[in-house]
Design a protein around this ligand. Structure first.
Ligand SMILES: O=C(O)C1=C[C@@H](OP(=O)(O)O)[C@@H](O)[C@H](O)C1
Ligand SMILES: C=C(OP(=O)(O)O)C(=O)O
Length: 671
């Protein structure tokens, strides 16, 4: 997951390949709660691992459920309807699928067994309505206290006492704010059917109906057959009891699939975008996003557990659609609308206003930043395709995973072949952690950036100038790949040593460099499968690398390998000729220097701290020698590029240097 302050997406042109989706949030949290309430152990396969499921798991653990991980399987041993703890404070983040159902289940359990639970979440959760559910629970006779603003979390359910519940009369609940209130009652009320059946009646037009279908299907898997009259009246039969199915599989998330369906529809594809984990047989209502995407032009085929998407009509076709049945995936249509031939109007989406953020307002504001004309109303949004050029925009994401994922699709803006397009900056990309922590990594695996549009920042400088530390910190803060080009020369030197090749023998050295089997894995480096991280850092290896790197043929052999590090979202390249030779078009070139005395002292301290004996005057004279050799070699001498920014860090902390470079970087970006 990218935890950077922002993530810059280069303009993207093509897509294709295979995507494996994470598990469905809606199924995961329902299954977890049902397994937690049931007796016995449920093996949950392919559970979503994200913020929303983590808060549910934490809550179940606090309530006394036993949770055991076994590879990809989670074994949940439930409470069997009996509270094992009578008090707990539960933090539920911004997960509606945890807050609403747990409120109902704990209200019922606390009232009937004597208990008291506090449920809270992030600030936005405390602005998301829950009053209709609270009212329904109070009708039933459950004590529920508002701990903040009435009608919103935080809440306290139960007061420690045992209360007789009024299950004879139908429980009425409003359905037009969120279907999760009805879902919550359906999941919780089997707990109070000992005396007789319990009926729920919906007031007003129920929204987001397909989510009720998911609830009913999963209840059925846990042995509860709900009788129903459409979406108006539901009856839980007397004696309903959760029975674990033993083993249950979570489908891939159909809402998450929408971004990749859109990708296939928008991007030119060499091969289709294949989406695995969810298919046309999905029990999730958001699978019907496929129909909307097809209506806009996407070519979609699919089967059980898979979908394949390719661009069909181009530009896409604008559409007008009642999106009440696909409230989450519909957001994706608003971004597809940018690529359409006419306006797109999404109707009946009032619930967008009370989700992770006010999504109608947020979507309108961010699409306008890209240059679109957007009209919004209380329950609709209308987007006109872009008339003029796209604007490079810095997109606010409002701590809303879907804003981040949807707006990433705006990076496909080089609509005319040959146009470079503009980058899109996604602020706070870690918000995708709610349902799809690796969204951006997954995206980068299947997209191709526009030619020469992946940004590069080079850091060149002499030995021990601190460029390695600076470059890796810059890469970390920008979420970019890192090329430590020195490591390639060092690895070549080690490979030569292994093969008994002389460091002066240019042709065989170049041959070795050309087929270097190097692999970088986090902080570790492997050469032909052997971990060379430590030998790579030895002073003696540095000296050998300096000798190897004077050979033009070796430099040439490593050139292509270095270029291959330039991948989305961007690259920080550290070395001696990154800005001058390898990436002459880099957006920012930093040439880092420090006095020989300073560098020698740093190196000296570094060695001493590693327990290696060192001699300061010796290090100084070695450095002078290497500087001279590097600066005066005929090929790619270590000198600043003409357009490089010089940074003498002799008297600067690492953080000061990082801040300075990020400042320059920001100035060069079009946001
Ligand atoms: O029950 C569910 O799993 C959900 C129901 C929908 O909410 P509303 O019923 O509030 O529209 C949906 O937006 C949410 O992401 C998940
Ligand atoms: C509305 C959403 O989440 P929640 O389950 O918190 O309601 C969503 O995921 O788009």
């Amino acid at each position: 997951m990218y935890t950077t302050e922002f993530l810059d997406l280069p303009p993207l042109v093509r897509a294709g390949g295979r995507v494996r989706l994470p598990g469905s949030k809606s199924i995961s949290n329902r299954v977890l709660l049902l397994a937690g309430l049931a007796a016995g152990t449920t093996e949950v396969h392919d559970l979503l691992d994200s913020d929303d499921t983590r808060v549910m798991l934490d809550a179940l653990r606090l309530l006394g459920c036993d949770l055991q991980r076994d590879g990809d399987v989670l074994k949940v041993t439930g409470l069997g309807g009996q509270l094992s703890r009578k008090e707990a404070q539960l933090f539920l983040g911004n997960a509606g699928t945890a807050m609403r159902p747990l409120t109902a289940a704990l209200a019922v359990l606390a009232a009937s067994q004597g208990g008291q639970f506090q449920l809270s979440g992030v600030a936005r959760m405390h602005e998301r309505p829950i009053g209709d559910l609270v009212q329904a629970l109070r009708q039933l006779g459950c004590p529920v206290a508002d701990l903040g603003q009435p009608g919103f979390p935080p809440l306290q359910v139960g007061d420690g006492g045992v209360h007789a519940l009024n299950t004879a009369a139908p429980i009425r609940v409003r359905g037009d704010v969120s279907s999760q209130f009805l879902t919550a009652l359906l999941l919780a009320l089997p707990l109070v059917t000992a005396q007789g059946p319990v009926a729920i009646e919906v007031d007003g037009e129920l929204i987001s109906k397909p989510y009720i279908d998911i609830t009913l299907r999963l209840l059925a898997r846990f042995g509860i057959a709900v009788e129903r009259e459409g979406y108006q009246r539901f009856v839980l039969p007397q004696g309903s009891a959760y029975r674990t199915p033993g083993r249950i599989h979570v489908e891939g998330d159909a809402s998450s699939a929408s971004y990749f369906v859109a990708l296939g529809a928008i991007a030119g594809t060499d091969q289709p975008v294949r989406i695995e984990g969810v298919g046309l047989d999905s029990i999730q209502g958001d699978i019907r996003f496929v129909e909307a995407a097809q209506a806009m032009g996407a070519q979609v085929t699919g089967g059980p557990g898979w979908l394949e998407v390719q661009r069909g009509a181009w530009p896409l076709k604008g559409l007008t659609l009642d999106c009440n049945h696909i409230p989450d995936a519909a957001m994706t249509l608003a971004v597809m609308a940018l690529y359409a031939d006419g306006p797109t109007r999404l109707n009946n989406i009032a619930s967008w206003r009370v989700k992770e953020t006010d999504r109608i307002a947020a979507m309108a504001a961010e699409l306008r930043k890209l240059g679109a004309t957007v009209t919004e109303g209380p329950d609709f949004i209308e987007v006109q395709p872009l008339a003029g050029p796209w604007q490079a925009a810095s997109i606010h994401t409002y701590d809303d995973h879907r804003m981040a994922m949807c707006l990433s699709l705006a990076a496909f803006n080089p609509l005319v072949a040959g146009e470079p397009g503009v980058p899109v900056r996604i602020l706070d990309p870690k918000c995708v952690g709610k349902t799809f922590p690796d969204y951006f990594e997954t995206l980068f695996e299947v997209v191709t950036p526009a030619a020469d549009q992946v940004p590069v920042l080079t850091v060149d400088g002499p030995t021990a100038s601190g460029k390695g530390t600076l470059a890796s910190e810059l890469a970390r803060r920008l979420g970019f790949h890192l090329l430590d080009s020195g490591a390639l020369y060092r690895a070549t030197a080690l490979a030569a040593q292994d093969a008994g090749v002389s460091l002066d023998d240019e042709a065989p050295l170049a041959e070795l460099a050309g087929r270097l089997a190097l692999r970088f894995e986090g902080q570790r480096v492997y050469l032909a499968g052997r971990d060379i991280t430590d030998p790579l850092r030895l002073e003696s290896t540095g000296g050998m690398a300096s000798r190897v790197s004077v050979h033009p043929a070796v430099r040439q052999a490593l050139h292509q390998l270095q270029l291959s590090f330039r991948r989305a979202p961007g690259l920080v390249a550290d070395g001696r000729d990154m800005g001058t030779v390898v990436f002459p078009g880099a957006s920012l070139k930093v040439f880092l220097t420090a006095s020989v005395e300073q560098r020698a002292e740093r190196r000296y301290k570094q060695l001493i701290s590693k327990g290696v004996s060192a001699n300061l005057p010796q290090i100084q004279s070695d450095l002078r020698l290497r500087d001279e050799r590097d600066a005066n070699r005929s090929v790619a001498p270590c000198r600043p590029a003409e357009d490089a920014m010089l940074l003498d860090n002799s008297a600067m902390s690492i953080e000061d240097s990082v801040v300075q470079c990020l400042d320059w970087w920001r100035q060069r970006r079009p946001f």
